[in-house]
Design a protein around this ligand. Sequence first.
Ligand SMILES: [Zn+2]
Length: 345
Amino acid sequence: MSSTQPASPINDNNRLGLDYRAEAERLPWRGGIWDVHTHIADPAAAERYFEAASLYGVERVWTMTQLEQVDAIRDAFGDRIAFIAVPNYEAKDEPDTFTTDWLRRIEGFAKKGCKVCKFWAAPRGVDFAPGLALDSPVRREGMRLARDAGMMFMTHVADPDTWFATRYQDSAKYGTKAEHHAVFERMLDEFGDVTWIAAHMAGNPEDLDHLQGLLDRHANLYLDTSATKWMVRELSKHPGEFLAFCKRNPGRVLFGSDVVASPNDPDERWFDLYASRYWALRTLYETGYDGPSPIVDPDIAMVDPTQAEDSTARLCGAGFDEGTLRWVYRDAAKRVLVDGGSPVS
Ligand SMILES: [Zn+2]
């Protein structure tokens, strides 16, 4: 019976019972990884995060963290962690959180040397607070402030197709994916002198031809690959095209995970939560694996209620070559975020 027992306890981040410590050794890439999209709450969360991330070769990360935690994290981790300016989401119901307080925070982050400012504009923002549309007046004010402080922008536009098919069915309220991208393209032009990083493959890993058009039309645009469940589910449907897309656009696709590390993550959960994201993403990029993802993906049952709630996506590896891996895993982030964002011609 021992041969059929999983190496580790089964949970929603590890349906396959993988030993994530042993698995990290088996993945081929040894060149280091820079993760440009994480949410690390504080120094204690960062300590645990790096226990998992370091096993998977993550050397440097960019995090969306409250302004009040920046100094403590920097004191503990130095250059390993850089910051992306965000509003104070913990005070999301206060009237000034996304207006005057946010504008003050942009200046505060800039004073601490922060080089990236996040403008989150998911369709569900209409349920969250007024003024979160990417082209709202207060957003434009924040963008001018951030630009004048020398920051580049990170944004979140649209959401998975699975969400537009379900929770965003009321398109009069939430807009269509195409409408969100039309606003995004106008803002890319309006702030055409700013480098933009569009998180989650600009919200459209489902349609790489559309993404190619975005990159071709906007030389100031870069993409990050964060949101592991979404990326694994959709990119696994066209792994060959994903590899071709990254090869065709060297330097414009930056590795990100969207790991959320909080001191409140329970003791029995945090390691698999963080490690599973790197296992799944690295397996997608580096290998020819074809099998179940270890991570439960609730979107599968959301769009098809006949599927079990603990379904996991099919993960199909894209088998990136070494040169493409180097661009996505590190050199694109180095060029954009460290060396100054010169577009690749
Ligand atoms: Zn995120």
